[in-house]
Design a protein around this ligand. Structure first.
Ligand code: B16
Ligand code: MG
Length: 219
């Protein structure tokens, strides 16, 4: 039986992906590294420090900074990101998400946030959707970030469900890889080529419904 839906946040519940992109692009400029939209795809779903490491490696700067300096760069990026997201309101919830959350609640399915973002609780508050979720996995509590399966396995455990009783919803290739590595059914939102590993790819969140999730899970 399908018991739980494990939701990525950025790019699924709301489009914070564009704010992450703007903040990394700005930091990249200061470091002399060009972060364009194509490269940004590789940062989606990836933790803050791992994203910085990828940017530095891309710019040939992998060994240039100490850990303390890298932490300061991450803080700088996050401060800018927090400034950008402050204006978010419930109007920024992506299409189809609220009706889906209502459907899931009515059907008695568990809903868990499995986001790599340490800002997830604050963003759910801004969007006023926190009460729709039964739990939020703390990304700092898992050993390895996406594409490792840890956060989705922790999400299933938090829902008191087996991986086979869950479905995961993601917008990032690293996230889909993590869901599949956890032996969980994956529904992806976005480009079918980038997200080819998913069990089903939908062009955007408005196509999400309990019926689509069940249909994908049953196949
Ligand atoms: P933070 P998700 C991920 O969230 C973002 O996709 C990724 O771009 C970001 O670097 C990561 O969260 C960490 O976010 O800096 O807010 O802790 O897609 O897993 O919901
Ligand atoms: Mg995402």
């Amino acid at each position: 039986m399908l018991k739980a839906v494990l939701f990525d946040l950025d790019g699924v519940i709301t489009d914070t992906a564009k704010f992450h992109f703007l903040a990394w692009r700005e930091l990249g400029k200061e470091l002399g590294v060009t972060v364009d939209e194509a490269f940004n795809e590789e940062l989606k779903g990836v933790s803050r420090m791992d994203s910085l490491e990828r940017i530095l490696a891309f710019g040939g700067l992998a060994d240039k900074y100490s850990l303390a300096e890298k932490e300061a760069l991450c803080t700088k990026k996050n401060d800018h990101y927090l400034e950008l997201i402050q204006e978010m309101t419930p109007a920024d919830i992506l299409p189809g998400i609220l009706p889906l959350l209502e459907e899931l609640r009515a059907a008695g399915l568990k809903t868990i946030i499995t986001s790599a973002s340490k800002n997830a609780p604050g963003i759910l508050e801004l969007l006023q959707v926190k009460d729709y979720f039964d739990g939020i996995v703390d990304p700092a509590s898992v050993a390895a970030g996406k594409p490792a399966p840890d956060i989705f396995l922790a999400g299933a455990a938090l829902a008191d469900a087996e991986p086979a009783e869950c479905i995961g919803v993601e917008d990032a290739a690293s996230g889909v890889e993590a869901i599949k590595a956890a032996n969980i059914t994956a529904v992806a939102i976005g480009d079918a080529e980038v997200l080819a590993q998913a069990d089903r790819v939908l062009p955007d969140t408005s196509a999400l419904s309990l019926a689509v999730l069940r249909d994908t899970w049953e196949k």
